[in-house]
Design a binder for this molecule. Sequence first.
Ligand code: AMP
Ligand code: ZN
Length: 480
Amino acid sequence: MSAIEFYDTRTRSRRAFAPITPGHVRMYSCGPTVYGPPHIGNLRSRLFSDLLKRFLLSEGFRVTHVINITDVGHLVSDADEGEDKIEAAARRTGKSAEEIAAHYTQVWRDDGAAVNCLPPEHNPKATEHIPEQIDLAKRLEAGGYLYRIEDGLYFDTSRFPRYAELAHLDLAGQAEGARIGVTAGKRNPADFAVWKFAEAGVQRQQEWDSPWGRGFPGWHLECSAMADRYLGHHFDIHTGGIDLASVHHTNEVAQSECGYGVHPWVEFWMHNEFLDMGSEKMSKSKGNVRTLSDLVEKGVDPLAFRYFFLQAHYRQQQSFSDEAIQSAATGYRRLQAVARELGVADAAAGEPTWGAEEAAAVAELRARFRAALADDLNAPKAMAVVWEVARHDRLSPAARRDLLRGFDAVLGLRLGEARLAVADESGQDPRIDGLLAERQAAKKARNFAEADRIRDALKAEGIEIVDTPAGPEWRRGKPA
Ligand code: AMP
Ligand code: ZN
């Protein structure tokens, strides 16, 4: 078997992957800032870490995956200025910061479940780990890495010679091009807040006492402190979107390596590329976002988005458009049809038996699927093997069923399962139309229990029956 190779941002190289502790992979992924609905660009990041985890599980590793919830400290501007995103959302809506965070944490969890992401082993919130963050800041202070200015406690990046390493930054260029408006008193443009003081006269909802005064942690501090709490001083993989490498992750490295005295803190830095809208990054600030609910409202199965995600390598930009998601939905539907016909989700379908020749063909296909993912998680290459099996005209149905079952444990497409019905291009759905007709017939025969059963079953799929003058029609809403 070929070795697993992943691309590591820090060393800018592909290297053979083996966990620090044999058999056990520890990984950390930067999670959502819960001040608004996550968009499908964020979901790409989530799906990437989920595919990585599923692949590692299929290789027989135990995986401890941590995804944090940022519910304090992420400021509107990356330059440690501006309002806290959660506080701003609370002020705008008249809700409490806690309500805002709880609500969008739930939306994020529901979206993850809808696209079949495995729940992380730990899903810690920044606000529930303030002591850990203060502890790290104290270590940094003791090491002489921090200085105090009017609005907070800052990390002096010139004290950490490897500061530019992760993202290959040009610090000299940064210093020269330093914008006016850099926080007064900062020693270097790249210095960042570890602890921010509550502004005089501004009543924050979320603030805590610390040895330096009342305030709140800087955004980067939480990831260093929570990764340490759940994964230890030195762990295997850290993931996140590529936009995080140059500031957020760079600052995480500075804090962790200086505070815990390790190098390298993380063995593999794996970054996903953007999901784009046209040629621009999908992002809230550009106002070009789509959410998973937007797709579902248009009749797209959430797992069709997972299928779409699998069509691009995680290190390539992927362009989203209505046409692209519709064509992925069609591909997904076709694959589902094959999987259903083969009984992939049918537990009673039993263990396959095959002769030597077929066994060799099965082993070869399985090896190629595995090799594609061992090759820096090449999902499109793995999907090509999936389609080869789906269309295979010489393998027995039992062999194809068994292969697709094994592949799906890694892909998470729920192949062969009855799914939320997806209308075809004409907006028609013969299955739903048929059920509606059955329900009408049951009503006519005064079999109301059966009529209700059909209505409830459709409702569970998110299909609502609406009575119109022309008779009953169905409409797609959100799945119950
Ligand atoms: P945020 O909630 O904005 O902190 O982002 C959560 C995760 O989504 C981070 O890992 C980001 O890098 C990632 N992300 C944000 N926008 C995109 C995008 N358009 N494509 C891919 N990943 C993204
Ligand atoms: Zn982070």
